[in-house]
Write a protein that binds this ligand. Structure first.
Ligand code: G1P
Length: 298
């Protein structure tokens, strides 16, 4: 049985250059699907999974992200006075407990493993922790991280979220080498970051949700460079396996969107738009019209 996981690390130091010019003055994590910033989706998922402490690994130019988590007292009191209870409620749901958030700077972009390592002093030596990548937005019930916490309760060790991806896409991911396939859960015998095309041990890609044993942080202490010259989280997890500790993958139930890419971001916008009661009729009618018009024009 694993120990309770109450802290999550959110590496948010990336520059988001793929979304320029939008990200010229706002962090990409504030970009919104319908009306909710990517970071809020990640926070809501972590909260649902029982996370109590939120550690953001940030960098220059991410001030708006810190402001986002401040209580908006003036706005709240204006909404209250105007009797806009629904909006007030939406706003209040974004409020975090005082002291629940910590910000750490990653001074150099040395890779995901390095970003996670920057948070090491905020964790005790024997404490498992979660890592959530905000680019990966997952629509799932229960939310993905909660599914993982439940599975981890049975397995212990370390656990990554995983899904099958096509062979021509697998080189963009961390990939599992499977020792034992138990259906929803697989036991890994290896993990490789961004394998060259044709060399992948499987098509099971790592998606940005992790529950990690404290020893993974110790592995990161070595700050070894891996794929692309970066310090890779994948390598520190693979080291667990080499040292005889368990690493599992969970085939989560749900739909994952790669919001680090424009196509994925647009797909997520459509999916989350169609999920909203107040939008779905008008929006789906519009989508049908667009498709019909495109077909007619062919
Ligand atoms: C990161 C991880 C990779 C993982 C991916 C999931 O890669 O390094 O192992 O598969 O996130 O989105 P990145 O997308 O930052 O290149």
């Amino acid at each position: 049985m694993g120990r309770k996981v109450t802290k999550a690390i959110f590496p948010v130091a990336g520059l988001g250059t793929r979304f320029l010019p939008a990200t010229k003055s706002i962090p990409k994590e504030i970009l919104s699907l319908v009306d909710k910033p990517l970071i809020q989706y990640a926070i809501d998922e972590a909260r649902a999974a029982g996370i109590k402490e939120f550690i953001f690994v940030t960098s220059r130019g991410k001030g708006a992200l810190e402001d986002y988590f401040d209580h908006a007292h003036e706005l709240e009191s204006n909404l209250k006075k105007a009797g806009k209870d629904k909006l007030l409620d939406i706003l209040r749901q974004t409020n975090m407990d005082s002291g629940a958030i910590a910000y750490i700077r990653q001074h150099k972009a040395l890779g995901l493993g390095h970003a996670v390592w920057c948070a090491r002093r905020l964790l005790s030596d024997d404490e498992p922790f979660a890592v959530v990548l905000t680019d990966d937005v997952i629509q799932g019930e229960p939310p993905c991280l909660q599914q993982m916490i439940e599975a981890y309760g049975e397995t212990g060790g370390s656990m990554v979220a995983t899904m099958e991806v096509p062979s021509d896409k697998v080189s963009a991911y961390g990939v599992l080498d499977v020792a034992e396939d138990m259906g929803a859960i697989v036991r890994a015998k290896g993990m490789v970051e961004k394998p060259k095309a044709g060399t992948q041990p499987s098509n099971l890609a790592v998606i940005g949700r992790y529950i990690l044993a404290p020893t993974v942080m110790r592995n990161l202490n070595k700050l070894k460079q891996g794929a692309g010259g970066e310090i890779q989280l994948t390598d520190a997890i693979a080291e667990e396996i080499e040292e005889g500790r368990d690493v599992f993958g969970l085939r989560f139930r749900g739909q994952r969107f790669d919001c680090g890419s424009k196509a994925g971001f647009l797909q997520a916008t459509v999916a989350f738009g169609l999920e909203r009661d107040e939008l779905k009729d008008e929006f789906s009618e519009y989508l049908h019209q667009v498709m019909a018009m495109r077909k007619a024009a062919e």
